[in-house]
Write a protein that binds this ligand. Structure first.
Ligand code: SAM
Length: 275
């Protein structure tokens, strides 16, 4: 097996992941300070990084074998082959290409915070749903959940995960407007003047959770407010502590009041009240 090692993490290298898969990567794995992209053979890659040969073991099997159940608030996140005896509510997620197995600090914090805030019957939006884990968690707590993601590849995985957990969750491809990536070199300096003609997501929601990244939260700040009626709760994570300031300024300007903050490692999760 050949591995291409890139410096960074899933969050900072998110912009490369689709291209890596298109170029033949069989999987991505986050290591301390690096992301490893596994390829069946060496190819020319237009990214900064270096190749390394690995003994020909089945890395995916090894990865799956090492995967442990994760506790998060009232939940325990399990892979389909795990067994669990305990008071926690299981969420079964197939570890695949979609982000969201519960092992990342941001997913865990979002799931725990969500569980503290969700009440049965609430309308919940999970923006950037990935594996669907947060929407599924909300549905298991009795909410009516919608999960959306700009990556069409994750939606079938999220649907399958909801089926595994025997909950009804709606999933759709999309975002709050056209796919806008503030990190891309070609990104405009200001939000596009013309919003998408038809809103992809119809509010109001009682709770919105988004595990994205600081620049995107900043860009979406006003749009987040439009998702709520008179009030509601917004849970934001995927924020590196060093980027927290820009999110706070934008959210405050958009009329949100900070309710709670938590941090694990370098990652922050902010909970806001829409007001
Ligand atoms: C860090 S993952 C979060 C997955 C899952 N919600 C969790 O907490 O583990 C971010 C997800 O957001 C999606 N995403 C990135 N930019 C987006 C955007 N502008 N609108 C909607 N989804 C987006 C990515 O495709 C990815 O699946």
């Amino acid at each position: 097996m050949h591995v291409f090692r890139l410096r960074g993490n899933f969050e900072t290298l998110d912009i490369y992941s689709a291209a890596l898969f298109e170029l033949g990567a069989r999987g991505l794995e986050e290591k301390p300070g690096e992301v490893w992209a596994y390829f069946p053979e060496r190819i020319e890659l237009p990214f900064p990084g270096e190749w390394q040969e690995l003994p020909d073991t089945d890395w995916l099997e090894a990865y799956k074998r090492d995967l442990q159940p994760v506790r998060a608030g009232p939940f325990v996140v399990l892979a389909p082959w795990h067994t669990w005896e305990g008071p926690e509510k299981p969420i079964v997620i197939e570890p695949g290409m979609a982000f969201g197995t519960g092992h990342h600090e941001t997913t865990r914090m979002a799931l725990e915070t969500l569980a503290e805030r969700v009440e049965p019957g609430m309308r919940v939006l999970d923006l950037g749903t990935g594996s669907g884990i947060l929407a599924i968690g909300a549905a298991l707590l009795g909410a009516e959940a919608l999960g959306i993601d700009i990556d069409p590849a994750v939606i079938p995985q999220a649907i399958e995960n909801a089926r595994r957990n025997q909950v009804k969750v709606q999933f759709q491809v999309g975002s709050l407007d056209e796919a806008y990536d503030p990190l891309a070199e070609t990104a405009p300096q200001a939000p596009p003047a013309q919003p998408a003609p038809t809103p992809l997501v119809q509010g109001p929601f009682d709770l919105v959770v988004a595990n994205l990244y600081a620049e995107l939260h900043t860009y979406f700040a006003q749009k987040y407010r439009e998702l709520f009626g008179i009030c509601g709760t917004l849970i934001l994570t995927g924020i590196l502590a060093e980027r927290e300031g820009i999110v706070k300024s934008a959210l405050e300007a958009a009329g949100f009041g900070l309710l709670a903050r938590r941090q694990e490692g370098e990652w922050v999760c902010l909970t806001y009240a829409a007001r």
